[in-house]
Design a protein around this ligand. Structure first.
Ligand SMILES: NC(=O)c1ccc[n+]([C@@H]2O[C@H](COP(=O)([O-])OP(=O)(O)OC[C@H]3O[C@@H](n4cnc5c(N)ncnc54)[C@H](OP(=O)(O)O)[C@@H]3O)[C@@H](O)[C@H]2O)c1
Length: 250
């Protein structure tokens, strides 16, 4: 049975994914800042199967915490990076913009770099998956930092895929792009084309099992994503006027 780590497993998509792997009998490392939620996962799971590690991905010591968890688990085969958050921020409040860079972009790099080198240097097989977003397809004026950091995650992961070839490392990379999912992320708001977190998690686990390179969660978002890719930037910028009612979308 595989050793799986979910970075950002205290709630939402990450928690659902962790619980699927636990039900499948994997040894699962779960991380996040909220210790009481990690303890809850341990309490409700078979003894010895879950390994909690409390850490903030924006801390300089995040990679050390991840290394400690891998050591306690005796290795890791799959890691899903699910830690992240997003805010619409048309007022460009600096701490909101920079906070998302710290968690979504820098936090991902801290974990991805450590894991990549761990697998590559030891000649081990590994699989890194990251939850980006359909918000990465086009730059969104209502949430510049969110859409840019989600693009960063996707692009960085794709670069690591080529680096695996350069370093002759047996490392798979999966980029996951959900649309709206009913987690704390959307603060109970109702958006069209929102899917249940359990459904999103099942699709993510399936995509990882099939070693998909990139997957848009939900066929409707996949179709919309194709259309979004065809929109010329001048038209996209002009269309900003239609986003005015959505300044506080999430
Ligand atoms: N829900 C959606 O509609 C949607 C759509 C597209 C993409 N996504 C992406 O999906 C991922 C998961 O979000 P979700 O929807 O499952 O929301 P969520 O329920 O709010 O989960 C976010 C997770 O990130 C962790 N996290 C946040 N800040 C952290 C930090 N500084 N250090 C460590 N962990 C941190 C949280 O753990 P702690 O708070 O315990 O630290 C939590 O486990 C995010 O990357 C999000 O951008 C979500």
């Amino acid at each position: 049975m595989k050793n799986v780590i979910v970075v950002g497993a205290t709630s939402g998509i990450g928690r659902e994914v962790a619980e699927i792997y636990i039900r499948q009998g994997c040894r699962v490392g779960v991380t996040g800042r909220r210790k009481y939620l990690l303890d809850e996962i341990v309490r409700t799971s078979p003894a010895g199967q879950v390994f909690p590690q409390v850490f903030d991905v924006s801390a300089e010591t995040a990679a050390e915490s991840l290394a400690e968890l891998v050591e306690r688990m005796g290795g890791v085969d799959i890691c899903l990076y699910s830690s992240g958050y997003g805010h619409t921020n048309t007022a460009l409040e600096p701490s909101l913009e920079l906070g998302q860079v710290d968690v979504n972009a820098k936090g991902f790099v801290r974990c991805a770099v450590w894991l990549f080198n761990y697998w590559a240097d030891k000649g081990l097989k590994g699989h890194l998956a990251v939850i980006s977003s359909v918000a990465s397809i086009l730059p969104l004026g209502v949430c510049p930092s969110y859409s840019a950091t989600k693009k960063f995650e996707a692009f960085y992961a794709q670069a690591l895929r080529q680096l695996a070839v350069i370093r002759d490392a047996d490392i798979s990379i999966t980029v996951i792009k959900p649309g709206f999912v009913d987690t704390d992320f959307i603060h109970g708001r109702h958006f069209p084309m929102t899917i249940r977190r359990g459904k999103a998690a099942a699709k993510i686990v399936r995509a990882i099992r099939r070693r998909k390179k990139s997957v848009v969660i939900d066929g409707r978002w996949a179709a919309l994503g194709l259309v979004m890719r065809l929109v010329p930037f001048p038209l996209w910028n002009w269309g900003g006027r239609f986003f005015r009612p959505y300044k506080d979308m999430f």
